[in-house]
Design a binder for this molecule. Sequence first.
Ligand SMILES: *Cc1c(COP(=O)(O)O)cnc(C)c1O
Length: 395
Amino acid sequence: MTSESTAEKAAGAILTVDLGALAANYALLCEKAAGAEVSAVVKADAYGLGLGPVAERLWMEGCRTFFVADVNEGKALRAVLPEAVIYVLNGIFPGTAGLYAAAGLRPVIASLAELAEWREAGAPLPAALHFDTGMNRLGMSAADADAIAQDETLTRGIEVSLVMSHLACSDDEGHPRNALQLARFSGIWERLRPRFPGAVASLANSGGIWLGADYHFGLVRPGVSLYGGNPFTGKENPFRPVVRAEARVIALREVEPGETVGYSATWSAPGEGDSGRKRVAILGAGYADGYFRALSSTGNPESGGVVHIGGRACPIAGRVSMDMVAVDVSQVPEGAVTRGDMAELIGPNITVDDVGLRAGTLGYEILTALGRRYMRRYIAGPERDAVEKEGRGQA
Ligand SMILES: *Cc1c(COP(=O)(O)O)cnc(C)c1O
């Protein structure tokens, strides 16, 4: 690491987003989905990483189609990428079709009522049609697909550019629902394809891309894998970590046997005398930074947070508080941790998926909960070297 600037030294916690790793993950997805267009799902501020820098870098890597959740995210992305194709996954909320059209956004239409609103918004306007094939969340039915195939007036003046569905269980390649959803979606696409020669089909999110070429169709929609999260359950993660969250050691203390650490006194130094004394580091990040209180120590080595510090994985001691967390560094050689050092909360040693598991959730939630207080650094990645874009993407 390069020497820290004063602004960095003053930051209690620093979030580094490696845009080079993002680019490498995009390249891996393109390789795996060869033949299909690889779009990027950048909803929720690019899964918490920062919409602007992420979208710009993906555009540089050749990505041209993006998905956001709602019209406000779409407008923010339009300001960054004037030429991108932008789909809005949550469809059209009543009375807002004009906003989509004005920002050049394409709604992902999930009901015949939304379809009617888009027809009335003026023609010819591009849109995606979303069909439900087993998630039972958003999407039109197979009967709606039949109606659309038979009745041209339903899509009059609409340029259908995409026909899509979403997989419920793509993290688990053995789950029977994957093949069921593929069969249902293929049936819908066969019926609609002749009606909309300009459209492409799309089924796969990150996990779906690994289910095989049958699942790729014309366009794939990865999200979490771009950001280094593991889209699979119980399978190794082929993607590079993109996020590194570090917190500063703001104090070091010795805790005498029988003494407790933190709110509600849930952790104590066991034993007696010198052998029972513990060394604890106090770090400058807490649940206000998205380091969940559920990462508080539990006494069980499988759960509760772990932090990488002084070259070792060290357990959290006691409750995570709003702005601080205590870590038991008794195993780290004396002198290997000093005040002002940085400890890794999330990164190459403690993956975002580990943190999710230990907090009783998953990597997706850890990423999207990353706090606004981190000092953010965007680096282009070691292979492209040091185009540092400090502070961008901050709220
Ligand atoms: C969020 C989302 C994705 C991306 O899913 P990942 O598992 O993050 O790859 C794709 N499609 C739809 C409809 C989504 O809502």
